[in-house]
Write a protein that binds this ligand. Structure first.
Ligand code: ADP
Length: 404
């Protein structure tokens, strides 16, 4: 089965076409700056594993519909295309950031599912409307193809109430659904399943701590293949320190800033999401720039690095306790997790007494593949596993459509 994976943002469409007979990527790309004066499209076709044929376009792309039409024209193009006709597409898989508490698993799109995504817009005001635009556009172009939605929150629905409830008046949960939902669930599930496979175990038989460290950062405690706890909350602001997000702070900071500066809640929300984290601490939000600045003696950059990795360590410690000390492996993934040996080393530094010991040489090796980086005498294994959210969405889409 060929699956088209779509991740529609407010001004972009990221897409990937996979042939699920051997899970290889046939084509992938990005439509950007939809609705802006000058739009752009990148299309990469992979006629075989060695070759990559890239096409770029620069033109106004007024809405998602035009962007999708350009993508379909390229996918089916006589020379550049990878399929003859859209009828070759067996299913479309859509990434959805927030499914609220309604979705524990992927779902085939029908009116009820669309309504449920619509009902969750307040939880993901930027993402869910864009996802709906993507779904509606795809339905128009592929009316006979099953459309599947895969939720970033679904994996975390495995949490028990003691992990997802907030200690606030119970009506706020009952009436307004205020609780922990988490994010990056598709990535946490993918690397957790991969880690189990690489360790020669079934997901049900191992406990893991997974760290997704990219622009957004989150950590999950995974118990027997299910999420037991996760660091992001009602929104993706909670937990770890991120590129521009503060992660955990005293919730009363809101009230204090209002009293002290007369700031509106929406302004504070913007500061915490867009001007905090690494950027707020030292003016840079790319970890590579921060390392370069630390080398030059920048004290604020050094503090930011220290804070990020200290927060990671504290969360690892708390998830070790949540999993009652029974942890098979710690898994690092995403831009920083996959590429940054310094952050990895500092995030587990000093945890030897807890059975966690990294091998500095293995950790320093740069590679695109999955690899183990723990010392031979480490009780807990440490893995670096490249995430692949598109493949996970395509797998879940195929399984649902094929009735597996
Ligand atoms: P997203 O969360 O947007 O998917 P990624 O997972 O691609 O982001 O992560 C992007 C971040 O990864 C960058 O902001 C940068 O801080 C970090 N990163 C990427 N490559 C490296 C590298 N070689 N060394 C350190 N950090 C890196």
């Amino acid at each position: 089965m060929k699956v088209l994976v779509i991740n529609a943002g407010s001004s972009s469409i990221k897409y990937q076409m996979l042939d699920m007979t051997d899970e290889h990527v046939m084509a992938s790309g990005l439509v950007e700056r939809i609705g802006e004066p000058s739009g752009a499209l990148v299309y990469k076709a992979f006629p075989d594993t060695e070759k990559e044929a890239k096409t770029t376009l620069e033109q106004p792309i007024p809405e998602h519909e035009t962007g999708m039409k350009l993508v379909i024209d390229l996918l089916t193009h006589p020379e550049k295309g990878v399929i003859k006709d859209v009828s070759e597409i067996g299913a479309v898989g859509h990434r959805i950031v927030h499914g609220g508490d309604k979705f524990h698993a992927p779902a085939i799109v029908d009116d009820e599912v669309e309504q449920a995504i619509e009902d969750t817009i307040l939880m993901a005001p930027l993402h869910n409307p864009a996802h709906l635009a993507g779904i509606r556009t795809a339905k128009r172009f592929f009316p006979d193809v099953p459309q599947v939605v895969v939720f970033d929150t679904a994996f975390h629905q495995g949490m028990e109430p003691k992990a997802y409830m907030y200690a606030m008046p119970y009506e706020m949960y009952e009436k307004l659904h205020v609780r922990r939902y988490g994010a990056h669930g598709t990535s946490h599930k993918f690397v957790a399943d991969e880690a189990a496979r690489l360790m020669g175990k079934k997901p049900e038989d191992c406990n893991l701590i997974t760290l997704h460290l990219g622009n957004g950062c989150s950590m999950s405690a995974v118990k027997g293949g299910r999420c037991a706890d996760t660091s992001m909350g009602l929104t993706p602001l909670a937990g770890l320190i991120m590129g521009t997000r503060c992660g955990d702070v005293d919730p009363a900071v809101y009230a204090y800033l209002e009293r002290a500066q007369g700031l509106k809640l929406s302004e504070i929300d913007m500061i915490m999401n867009k001007k905090s984290g690494l950027l707020g601490l030292c003016g840079m939000n790319d970890m590579r720039d921060i390392h370069a600045a630390v080398e030059k003696g920048d004290e604020k950059a050094a503090l930011a690095l220290d804070m990020v990795t200290y927060r990671n360590r504290k969360y690892i410690g708390s998830y070790l306790a949540a999993l009652e000390g029974k942890v098979d492996a710690i898994v690092f993934t995403a831009g920083i997790g996959e590429n940054d040996d310094i952050v990895r080393a500092m995030s587990v530094q000093g945890l030897e007494a807890l059975g966690i010991k990294i091998d500095p040489e293995k950790n320093a090796v740069r590679s695109k593949g999955a690899r183990a980086v723990h010392a031979a005498d480490s009780r807990v294994q440490i893995w670096v596993i490249p995430t692949n959210e598109e493949l996970e969405i395509a797998r879940q889409t195929r399984d649902l459509v094929a009735g597996n």
